[in-house]
Ligand binder design. Structure first.
Ligand code: NAP
Length: 370
């Protein structure tokens, strides 16, 4: 650690390397929060042109001009796919001015943090990051200044990261509307393997199984509704999103697969009487924070039924806004043509959710906790 390290982050100029969905969204969100006064991008020429046209960046240039483009930045975010982040780290580390904070947004952390520890000079600080926000779209055209609102944002410092600088960086990230959690990179990756990467592979396995069986009997696909659809929604994710994640977290994912195979064996063994398994799973499931966005930090959901009438959503949100109740997230779950629909509306805590139910019922809506 360099004892002369600054105690707070200089956000005035921020460089974004890889101006896609996450990088572009960061540039927009940093400006909107009033943190960055200037955003500079490093990407392919066409991406930079698009980003400038869309007002996502103030300036930018191609990868071969990276040293010139990032040298004045107080913060540099690496926002390319994970393996490319690892490739870029030494060059970015060399080009950064003393006192700069370098961060990344890769969905796995151990490999990146290890590479940063080896590549980054002691007068520059690396703080790994994983914003748990995304969309099915990609590229700068999908950039959204509100992407990080209410999303969990995991920070994974390297050994020796100065505490004041970490706090200052975390405070900045929280100004984007994100909920910051600091975890060691290995802990992040072990949790991510179990709660994100394993479910992705299980969804694939289930769909593969039904694909094979459907060759013998096509009704398999027709009958694969309800639970099957719920469990396999993520099987529609593109491989290009997952390739680097699977490659950089392979040991933890393998570990999770082995543990899962044991669970399957136990289910097969006890098939005649699975009551104890159901009971244990029911209890654990009930203790998981209801539909936390990202993992760990809970938010509280309320289901609201609305009639199919013009202006009904405005009336619902006004009932809450007039009383100063803040909505953290809102999603339309079901629409019944001509009848109406059900919204999932999320609030910060239990007390706010109760107050929201009281207000909504007072305005004639059917509302209940999820
Ligand atoms: P994206 O929209 O595809 O943006 C990535 C950008 O990186 C591209 O616009 C591309 O810009 C640049 N890039 C440089 N080298 C590349 C390469 N070899 N292949 C593809 N693109 C390359 O992707 P994203 O969703 O923003 O993801 C970026 C990072 O965020 C990844 O590390 C991912 O793990 C992480 N992340 C994603 C999500 C999510 O849900 N999307 C959530 C959390 C974290 P140029 O063509 O101009 O070089």
């Amino acid at each position: 650690m360099d004892c002369s390290a600054p105690k707070s982050v200089d956000w005035s100029t921020v460089a974004i390397v890889g101006v896609g969905l996450i990088g572009g969204s960061l540039a927009l969100a940093l400006k909107r929060a009033g943190l960055a006064t200037r955003t500079v991008g490093v990407s392919k020429p066409q991406t930079i042109k698009d980003a400038l046209d869309l007002g996502v960046l103030d300036a930018g240039g191609p990868y071969d001009e990276l040293p010139r483009l990032v040298k004045d930045a107080g913060v540099i975010f690496l926002c390319t796919p994970i393996l490319r982040i690892i490739e870029l780290l030494p060059g970015v580390g060399m080009a950064a001015a003393p006192g700069t904070v370098i961060s990344d947004v890769g969905s796995t952390k151990t490999a990146v943090v290890r590479a940063a520890h080896e590549a980054i000079r002691s007068d520059v600080t690396f703080i790994g990051g994983h914003p748990m926000a995304g969309s099915e779209e990609s590229g700068v055209r999908a950039a959204d200044p509100f992407l990080f609102q209410n999303a969990m944002y995991v920070l994974t410092p390297v050994p020796g990261t100065p505490e004041p600088l970490l706090s200052s960086f975390a405070h900045g990230v929280s100004r984007l509307g994100a909920r910051v959690v600091v975890l060691p990179a290995e802990v992040h990756d072990r949790i991510a393997a179990a709660v994100s990467h394993l479910p992705q592979l299980l969804a694939l396995a289930l769909v593969e199984l039904i694909t094979d069986r459907a060759r013998e009997q096509s009704a398999h696909l027709e009958m694969a509704a309800g639970g099957f659809r719920d469990m396999t929604r993520i099987a529609s994710s593109p491989y290009r999103m997952w390739r680097d994640i699977l490659q950089t977290n392979a040991p933890e994912i393998r570990d999770a697969l082995v543990a899962f195979r044991d669970r399957l064996d136990a289910l097969e063994r006890d098939l005649a009487d699975l009551e104890a398994h159901f009971q244990k799973a029911n209890e654990t499931r009930a203790s998981i924070p209801k539909d936390s966005k990202g993992f760990i930090t809970p938010i509280c959901d309320v289901l609201v039924r609305c009639r199919d009438k013009p202006g009904v959503l405005a009336r619902m949100t006004a009932a809450l806004a007039d009383a100063g109740v803040n909505i953290m997230d809102i999603e339309l779950l079901k629409v019944r043509e001509g009848e109406g629909g059900t919204f999932r509306v999320s609030f910060r805590d239990d007390q706010t959710a109760r107050e929201a139910i009281r207000l909504l019922k007072g305005s004639g809506f059917e509302a209940r906790r999820r």
